[in-house]
Design a protein around this ligand. Structure first.
Ligand code: DAH
Length: 337
């Protein structure tokens, strides 16, 4: 009899180790713990045990029964706790998003602008961010006393007053004139720096795209045609254009280009400051002194140039009215592009 009990005990211990699920538990209960189960069978067998042995065998059997029931209870609790844990998952919570990286909105705007000019036949050139006074000012016909040369407007590099962070992309015009064969048809995107108080409208670091076309008999009409074609591809059709007389040392005549506000279609809104017009570029015919500085004979060649602010275009297109937002690295803004 003792042998039989020991065998069942082994079976029980073995079966306990394998219990993982509710179903395993139920199977275990059916084999060992029900009225017709193996433990009860052993109790039934007690009848055949001699009087002397009965207390010993009975005690052993009782211990086995208690042990089995205790283990069964423990495992039941453990398994149902696991189930509870599972059921605590809140299916109404919103899911986690996997963020996919992408280009910065200002870079995306620049790329779009560059692609349009490339479609119009322009090539792309770049120049250094650290420039010298000659390329940034002298060669561009800035008089020696021009206020832009002041320390208050320009970041000079301490060790050498002749070196500075370029204040515009126009110095690349001079580099292109020196390095590329005629005719010249280039755009020059890049970062520029100004010693400005940071505000909703201006940063000390921003981006521009410069354009330059030099050939025989280039006229102001071609400048207008290029700016109109670019604007329609960038901002949409049915715009009106206004070339407003202006002044830049490196162009003569000079103009600023306004287009109909494409958000309100000229009716007046927050973005165009209720004027119906948006200023998008500075432009003009390249000044003869600038052509000369670039080693090009102004008697034989003429050209036009233009400059566009990239952040400004990105702001107009997106309706963002604070330029600082572009560089605040706030995912709530950046993921919208
Ligand atoms: N360099 C000018 C600026 O930074 C923009 C500009 C105006 C560029 C007229 C040009 C131009 O090429 O023709 O404000």
């Amino acid at each position: 009899m003792i042998e039989e009990i020991r065998k069942v005990e082994e079976e029980i211990k073995h079966a306990l180790e394998k219990i993982k699920t509710k179903e395993d538990l139920e199977n275990f209960r059916r084999i060992f713990l029900v009225r017709k189960g193996k433990i009860q069978e052993l109790f039934d067998g007690l009848r055949k045990v001699s009087k002397e042995e009965k207390p010993i065998v009975g005690k052993y059997l009782n211990e086995l029964k208690e042990f089995t029931e205790k283990k069964f209870k423990e495992l039941s609790e453990l398994i149902s706790k696991g189930d509870e844990k599972k059921s605590q998952i809140d299916l109404t919570l919103s899911g986690r998003t996997d963020y996919i990286g992408h280009f910065h909105p200002v870079y995306q705007t620049m790329e779009k602008m560059v692609n349009i000019f490339v479609e119009l036949g322009f090539r792309v050139a770049e120049g250094p961010d650290i420039e010298d006074e000659y390329h940034n000012f002298d060669a561009l016909n800035f008089p020696p006393e021009h206020p832009a040369r002041d320390m208050q407007d320009t970041f000079f590099i301490k060790s050498d007053k002749k070196l500075l962070l370029r204040t515009h992309t126009s110095p690349v015009q001079i580099r292109v004139m020196h390095n590329k064969p005629l005719p010249i048809r280039y755009i020059m995107p890049g970062r520029v720096y100004r010693n400005e108080a940071i505000s909703a409208r201006s940063l000390a670091e921003f981006h521009q795209i410069e354009g330059l076309y030099i050939n025989h008999n280039v006229t102001f009409a071609e400048l207008k045609g290029t700016m109109v074609e670019f604007s329609e591809r960038m901002f949409g059709k049915n715009l009106r254009f206004r070339f407003r007389p202006s002044f830049f040392p490196f162009t003569e005549p000079s103009a600023e280009l306004d287009i109909t506000c494409f958000l309100c279609r000229g009716k007046g809104c927050r973005v165009c400051k209720y004027s119906g017009w948006l200023e998008i570029a500075g432009c003009g015919m390249v000044h003869p002194n600038v052509l000369k500085a670039g080693g090009i004979d102004p008697e034989t060649y003429t050209g036009f140039a233009f400059g566009l602010g990239i952040e400004r275009v990105a702001m107009l297109l997106s309706g963002i009215d604070d330029i600082r937002l572009f560089y605040a690295n706030d995912m709530r803004l950046l993921t919208q592009f």
